[in-house]
Write a protein that binds this ligand. Structure first.
Ligand code: JJW
Length: 451
């Protein structure tokens, strides 16, 4: 194992999301999404940036797939924009919108790159927000119908599906903290949303298994950090447990065990009254075990108890490790601990790392190249952590670097660059960074011990 070789069929890939790269905001009949509305509301996004053009991937996907092939990616994780398929959220399919994803999938397969599709990566049709968005129970059925249409259209060629990307972020950054679309600040609403997302995930899993093409795999992607108490004090240990319950277990346990964690149910009931969990909801949730869990890991969280803030949770910024341009501590051991947690506490489910990567202040040399050795170091250490976890028995099957391209980083606009490929937002020119070349050598060698 000293050569850091990965299992023979290990899936090496890169990830993106529709709103962050596609642009073509009003093209071919696409409807408005909540992120179109949010970005066009002054003050919500840094520099008032929008995804109107983004990387223009909608028009340049062939060039982007050629770059993926050049790197040697085995898989590509992308998301489907619901408002391209249903501009009104439901009703009649917009064929031109669907055609884009047909072309994208065909082009990937022609280049022998496996497509992994996320159904919901945050761009809800705005018309559905007008009736409450994810706070409205009806949205569960609209999502299931949309999922069904996508399975029917693409399921013959797409064999890996992700229902939701980061439901915690959808519910709590969107409806409690208001930092993301739809920009709502209301904890009871966010809790209701989180339950509807768990239900929608289960409904889509069941729809997939009942559908025509059910020979693939379907799972959910969660944003996961590893949580450590700041001290061994009872209060800090309890705060860390609350934070883990709030951020992770509230989504993990419904998906894997079909139940909500009792401590969090009690906390939510105590602080926010009874949420609307219908009698049969847990039957639906427990009927839909996913084939895999997708993990988006960027950093660990060190937690202490706090006088104020959500559930009296406080964050500590430890010293000693470097931080990325997002202000996130670089902690590869946290990835190892996270993976081992799935083995030890959750029956060793199949895992994909569906996102891992880092934003840095990349400097463009006069010849256009980007010598992002900090990103290479970040990825290398995290690949090694993943390798150690596999060696120690974790069922990790693949790894998708966030991101293929520099792109629209939500509330941060275009200020944060995560890409393996640099994008000049004035010319839209793509330039693979040193990290892209290095990642290509990792994939070719199936080992992270390469120069
Ligand atoms: C959590 C901050 C307090 C994206 C978070 C903020 C406050 C409890 C990158 N992942 O662009 C997570 N990203 O679209 C999806 N990952 O809470 C893809 N995680 O917490 C990437 C931000 C994030 C976050 C952002």
């Amino acid at each position: 194992m000293s050569d850091w070789k990965f299992p023979k069929d290990f899936m090496w890939g890169a990830a993106t999301a529709s709103y962050q790269i596609e642009g073509a905001a009003g093209e071919d009949g696409k409807g408005e999404s909540i992120w179109d509305r949010f970005c066009h509301t002054p003050g919500m996004v840094m520099n008032n940036d929008t995804g109107d053009i983004a990387c223009d991937h909608y028009h340049r996907y062939r060039e982007d797939i050629a770059l993926m092939e050049k790197i040697g990616l085995k898989g590509y994780r992308f998301s489907i924009a619901w408002p391209r398929i249903y501009p009104q959220g439901k009703g009649a399919v917009n064929q031109k919108g669907l055609d884009f994803y047909q072309r994208l999938v065909d082009e990937l397969l022609e280049h022998r790159i496996e497509p992994i599709a996320t159904l919901y990566h945050w761009d809800l049709p705005q018309v559905l927000q007008d009736t409450g968005g994810w706070a409205n129970r009806d949205t569960i059925q609209y999502f299931t119908d949309y999922a069904d249409a996508i399975f029917s259209a693409l399921g013959d060629r797409v064999k890996s599906w992700i229902t939701f990307n980061e439901p915690w972020v959808i519910a709590f950054l969107g409806y409690e903290q208001g930092k993301h679309a739809p920009g709502i600040h209301d904890m009871p609403t966010a809790l209701q949303v989180s339950h509807h997302l768990n239900l929608s995930h289960a409904a889509a899993v069941n729809a997939y298994r009942a559908g025509t093409y059910n020979d693939g795999e379907i799972g959910i992607t969660l944003n996961m950090s590893t949580v450590y108490p700041a001290t061994e004090s009872r209060d800090d240990i309890d705060a860390a447990k609350r934070h883990d319950g709030f951020m992770h277990r509230w989504f993990l346990e419904p998906a894997l065990a079909g139940t909500y964690p009792e401590d969090m149910l009690a906390l939510y009931l105590d602080q926010y009254g009874s949420r609307v969990i219908h009698t049969d909801d847990m039957k639906i949730i427990s009927s839909a075990k996913p084939d895999f869990i997708g993990l988006n890991y960027y950093t660990r969280n060190v937690i202490r108890s706090n006088e104020y803030g959500t559930f009296n949770i406080g964050h500590v910024q430890p010293e000693g490790n470097p931080y990325t341009d997002m202000g996130w501590e670089i902690c590869p051991d946290g990835l190892y601990d996270l993976l081992m947690r799935f083995k030890n506490d959750y029956n060793n489910p199949k895992i994909y790392i569906t996102e891992n990567g880092a934003a840095f202040k990349d400097k463009v040399e006069s010849d256009g190249s980007v010598h992002d050795y900090d990103r290479i170091a970040y990825l290398k250490e995290h690949f090694k952590a993943a390798h150690r976890a596999i060696r120690d028995g974790c069922n990790l099957k693949g790894y998708f670097v966030w991101s293929l391209l520099d792109n629209f980083e939500w509330a941060f606009g275009y200020t944060k660059r995560f890409g393996l490929i640099h994008v000049d937002y004035n010319t839209l020119k793509r330039t693979p960074k040193k990290s892209a070349e290095w990642y290509g050598r990792v994939i070719a060698a199936n080992s992270c011990e390469v120069e």
